[in-house]
Design a protein around this ligand. Sequence first.
Ligand SMILES: [Zn+2]
Length: 382
Amino acid sequence: MRFEISKVLDAIEGRVCTDPSLARAVVDLAEVIRYQDIDGGRPASLLRLGMVIDALARELEEDSVPVYAVVHRALLSDADLTSNERMVVRRWADDGLVEVLDNPGDRMFEVADLLGLPVLTRARADGLRGRYPWLVEQAGRVLAPVPGAGGPVFIAHVGGGHTPVAGERSPAGAKLLSRQWRCPEPGCALFGGGGGGGAFADLARVERSPAGQPPPSLRGGAPTCPRHGARLGDAGPRPRSEVLAVRVGGLIRRRFVLTEDQPAVVGRAPDQSGGIVLGQWLNDEARRWISRSHVQFELRVGEVIVTDVSTNGSGIRPGGSMAEGDRVPLAPRQSRVLAEGDMVELYPGVQIGRPGELPAGAPYTPNSVMAEAPTMAMRLPK
Ligand SMILES: [Zn+2]
């Protein structure tokens, strides 16, 4: 039982991040874990975060939709959580996967404003409507997770609807995210040189790339570390980045970020660190065809270059066309610029492209982050 819960928490860990290119919604962890009406379980449970993330994935019809979680510092020692859950949250904090704050205040809404993300909360934000007009003007930007038949569902605070909708980054957000920032506080997990520095630094799995830095907080107009309250130093332009998505069987399974420093290898089970592993989504035939390392993506002067590094080769679908005659072979060792709308096809139904340009596939039920223990929440002691 304990072991299975650990596996579920590990799965949830893959769905929390503070990377502005990958996060899809903002939540307050202290709030979400206390939605006792969702499962009738303990006063606080980290598994409820997984349930809310699952609900988000269902609404967006995409697997692996990470959330940006702000976390009140008191949660790291909250007696309503199990010691295992507290340890996991501390690890997330040390790795910079979540944003720990002494006083979260309106930070959840500030992050949503800067990044153009929806907020999943039951909190009324009436007092903030003057500052953040999108709270009223854009349906789907604030939704309350509430109990539903097959897990949580969302209800819009303003207008109708239940689907979270992203907006544009605010002008302040766009400006802040064009630069890299440094916190003067040593070992800052959000604006330091690289992952962690705390008690769990040896477990830090995230080497934070400057392209993945969270948005600073604006206090009195100055970029400030939300964790330490210290004014941030400008460390130069933020490196370019581009987001690509893997689609298998008509459903986006995950997105990944490409930077000029960090190429990405995609395959059945790449050896390279940071490689994108497809194995778990492939049937036997696709597993036999697709090489351990199959294609490599690089970002060079703003262009995405794809190189086939496989045994069997790949194909390009220019402009995303699925017509049989339109597939251009990409032979082993061959490279090509990924033009706008282009899709790389590793095997029929296994494609990589820019997420907004991948044509919609058949409706599909995303894999649950709870998949390793599907009835876990039901079996928790009440
Ligand atoms: Zn800091």
